[in-house]
Design a protein around this ligand. Structure first.
Ligand SMILES: [Cu+2]
Length: 115
């Protein structure tokens, strides 16, 4: 009987810690920016996720602006830029290019969905 209780507690600890670790896991999303779109154009994460964006502007300089999370980052051509934030707000948020890159610049947007 005691053995079972010990085993049950051990299992709880193991599963508890696994769940804890996965909740704190960083979601890494690789993106590219090029005239005139981001790939992917839609990012979906869970509320509370730590998000690490690795964005590479492939053709010219671009920018990554995500106002709701106070992010405005320049993306020099050919360089992978890492942007980290915590998705601590639920909803749909628009991100956009913040460095003028040509006639399609103002339509260079995407969406972050935090659910
Ligand atoms: Cu641009």
């Amino acid at each position: 009987m005691k053995k079972w209780i010990g085993l049950a507690i051990m299992l709880l600890l193991v599963f508890g810690s696994v769940a804890g670790v996965s909740a704190a896991e960083t979601k890494v999303i690789k993106m590219t920016a090029e005239k005139y779109h981001f790939t992917p154009e839609m990012i979906t994460v869970n509320l509370g996720d730590k998000v690490l964006l690795e964005i590479t502007a492939t053709d010219t300089e671009h920018g990554f602006g995500l106002k709701a999370f106070n992010i405005d980052q320049n993306l020099p051509k050919g360089k992978t830029v890492r942007i980290e934030f915590v998705a601590d707000k639920q909803g749909e948020f628009t991100f956009k290019c913040t460095s003028f890159c040509g006639w399609g610049h103002f339509g260079m947007t995407g969406k972050l969905v935090v659910s």
